[in-house]
Design a binder for this molecule. Structure first.
Ligand SMILES: [Zn+2]
Length: 253
């Protein structure tokens, strides 16, 4: 999953977003759900794991693969990160609790892949970089955008063949952010559907690796506003909109 993810603090809350980029065969495997105290997008084929989600306490999670892609024998692969993400959202009532739970669950598992994880609330986002039992964390107060290369464990970037595209995509996204100055969830749509002259700078990706899902979740007061375009290129049609309220999420099962 070569993705683009981010967190932006807003006046009354925050926005998290993700373009899920992967191989064509996973094109239709994305599912939006409101369930068990959270709103999330996970996989149709599996019950466990989400790649973006916000719970009733306003804690957000999203993920992007890291630069190290080898899975040694006896280790789990990438999807385990998204399973931990969902598990954490089902339990955490605060951002600190979410960080603690994520790290605790990570240490219990042997995961071979590397990952960029964003955990957030309305005041802060934490970037967590994971690689073979190594963890680095950084806190952000205004915004943070990530593709796949590491910033905190940069020495691992040499392992990523597609690093060039990752750095170019991140640079392009930052340019688009400065230009568009998005303030609300829907303002992110032009950024996440962006095509560049140089295909390596596409935010909406086409080709061997393509964008198969795009989601923007905004926490605004006690509502969660969701825009998502799933199982097709996000540039090829409208985003669905869904609004739910944190108290409604507590009653869903
Ligand atoms: Zn496109």
């Amino acid at each position: 999953m070569d993705c683009t993810i981010g967190w932006i603090r807003t006046k009354n809350g925050y926005i998290i977003f993700k373009n899920r980029d992967t191989k064509k065969e996973f094109l239709t495997d994305n599912l939006f759900q409101k369930t068990e105290g959270l709103v999330k997008i996970g996989y149709k084929s599996e019950r466990k794991g989400c790649w973006i989600g916000i719970n009733r306490y306003g804690i957000g999670f999203t993920s992007a693969k890291g630069p190290y892609r080898e899975v040694p024998a006896g280790y789990f692969s990438w999807k385990k990160f998204n399973e931990i993400g969902e598990k954490v959202l089902k339990r955490a009532k605060s951002l600190d609790e979410a960080i603690g739970l994520f790290i605790k669950n990570y240490k219990k598992q042997k995961i071979g892949d590397s990952a960029n994880i964003l955990l957030s609330d309305k005041n802060h986002a934490y970037l967590l970089e994971f690689w073979l039992e190594n963890i680095k964390i950084k806190k952000y107060s205004r915004f943070i955008f990530k593709t796949n290369h590491f910033e905190l464990m940069g020495r691992l970037n040499q392992n990523l063949k597609s690093l060039n595209s990752s750095t170019k995509r991140l640079k392009k996204f930052r340019e688009l952010f400065r230009y568009h100055k998005p303030k609300r969830a829907e303002d992110l749509i032009p950024l996440l559907t962006h095509h560049s002259r140089n295909a390596e700078e596409n935010i909406c990706r086409h080709g061997r690796v393509m964008t198969v899902g795009s989601a923007i979740f905004e926490v605004k007061n006690n509502a969660i506003i969701c825009y998502y375009s799933l199982n097709r290129s996000p540039c090829k049609g409208k985003y669905n909109k869904d609004i739910c309220f944190s108290e409604t999420l507590s009653t869903l099962s």
